[in-house]
Design a protein around this ligand. Structure first.
Ligand code: NAD
Length: 336
């Protein structure tokens, strides 16, 4: 049984991926420092799958702790989710973002090099494209100067991995996620934002639940049909499954290059106002929202061309936007 290390495995995307890994028969070891999640997620994973993954509460910024972990554990692959992820916050706290998103990656790759470990999957992001000139965005689009520090940490991360692949026989895949939303059908795991949500959907569901007075829509003067920003919203369970496909590709040595990267999205762009309407329909709840200024670091529109991922990973998103919003709303109600 292959043992897969999942860093940030108690976080939003990590926890859904752990469930899918266990469903596919992998043994899972999680590292998380609980900076953006709760330990109770571990029990929820066990409730869903019947298996409690190994868990190590480690802060990956502490190099000696990372080293200690690898001295006593051996792994067949790593899926690296642990990072800070808020675009807006990254502009206020750039050094914290570089420390958490870049240093942790370097420490993991150093251990992989020293111990000759292989098979690395990296949580990248469509933010690496900045504002792409052509939509939908293909993997061949130019990686432009990132619009945010967060986006830059992902660009730098990909470069570090690519160079590691060249210099020490590492095989790696970066998955460039578009906008993950929704929750597991069991309603036992979902997105758990601490404080004011930075992402649209938890802000939407918390507003519908009465936790937030109103939803802030950042800008209605973008050059889009209704003036609000356009994104590609992918169900988190579909995204989790893309990690299994990428891992199998590496383990089975089906990769064509030592370092590969794939878009993970639905291929459909949806504006903020369209999301609001779709949510109101799915939940039957009217949403109180207000247009406010644009947010620093946000771009106009991003949605994926997923044809390369569909072909190479044999993966395709299956859930609709409505299904994803319904699951997010069920999850929110369960929190209440
Ligand atoms: P999340 O915050 O829910 O999960 C990250 C997990 O990593 C958390 O459980 C946190 O406690 C842990 N963590 C953070 N720093 C750590 C450290 N130094 N040591 C150990 N654990 C640490 O975030 P998520 O939404 O699940 O995102 C996972 C990954 O996907 C991140 O790399 C993020 O940048 C990337 N990503 C997310 C989105 C999104 O919209 N959610 C989009 C594109 C890319």
């Amino acid at each position: 049984m292959k043992n897969i290390l999942v860093t940030g495995g108690l976080g939003y995307i990590g926890s859904h991926t752990v469930v899918e890994l266990q469903n596919e028969g992998f043994k899972v070891t999680i590292i998380d420092n609980l900076s953006n999640t709760r330990i109770s997620v571990l029990d929820k994973i066990a409730e869903i799958t019947g298996i409690k993954p190994d868990f190590h509460q480690i802060d990956l910024r502490i190099k000696s702790d990372v080293k200690n972990f690898f001295e006593t554990n051996t792994v067949d692959g790593i899926i690296h989710f642990a990072a800070f992820k808020a675009v807006g916050e990254s502009m206020q706290k750039p050094l914290d973002y570089y420390e958490n998103n870049v240093n942790t990656l370097v420490y993991l790759l150093q251990e992989m090099r020293d111990r000759k470990l292989d098979n690395f999957i990296f949580s990248s992001s469509c933010t690496v494209y900045g504002q792409a000139d052509i939509l939908p965005i293909t993997e061949n689009a130019t990686v432009k100067k990132a619009a945010s520090t967060y986006g830059n940490t992902k660009q730098i991360g990909e470069e570090i991995i690519q160079e590691s692949c060249k210099s020490h026989h590492l095989n790696a895949i970066a998955l460039r996620y578009f906008n993950p939303i929704g929750a597991h059908s069991s309603v036992k795991i979902g997105e758990l934002p601490l404080g004011v949500p930075q992402n649209l959907i938890p802000f939407v569901t918390q507003t519908a639940a009465g936790i937030r007075k109103e939803l802030a829509v950042f800008g209605n003067d973008y050059p889009t049909t209704d003036g609000t920003a356009i994104r590609d919203y992918v169900h988190v369970v579909d995204l989790a499954k893309a990690h299994i496909a990428a891992l199998q590709r590496l383990i089975n040595k089906n990769n064509k290059e030592a370092f590969e990267f794939f878009n993970v999205g639905t291929g459909t762009g949806t504006s903020v106002l369209q999301v609001i309407k779709a949510f109101e329909k799915a939940s039957g709840k009217p949403l109180n929202y207000k247009i406010v200024d644009r947010r620093e670091g946000d771009i106009t529109a991003a949605y994926a061309d997923t044809s390369i991922a569909n072909k190479e990973l044999k993966w395709k998103s299956e859930n609709t936007l409505e299904e994803a919003l319904e699951s997010a709303w069920k999850w929110q109600q369960q929190q209440n």
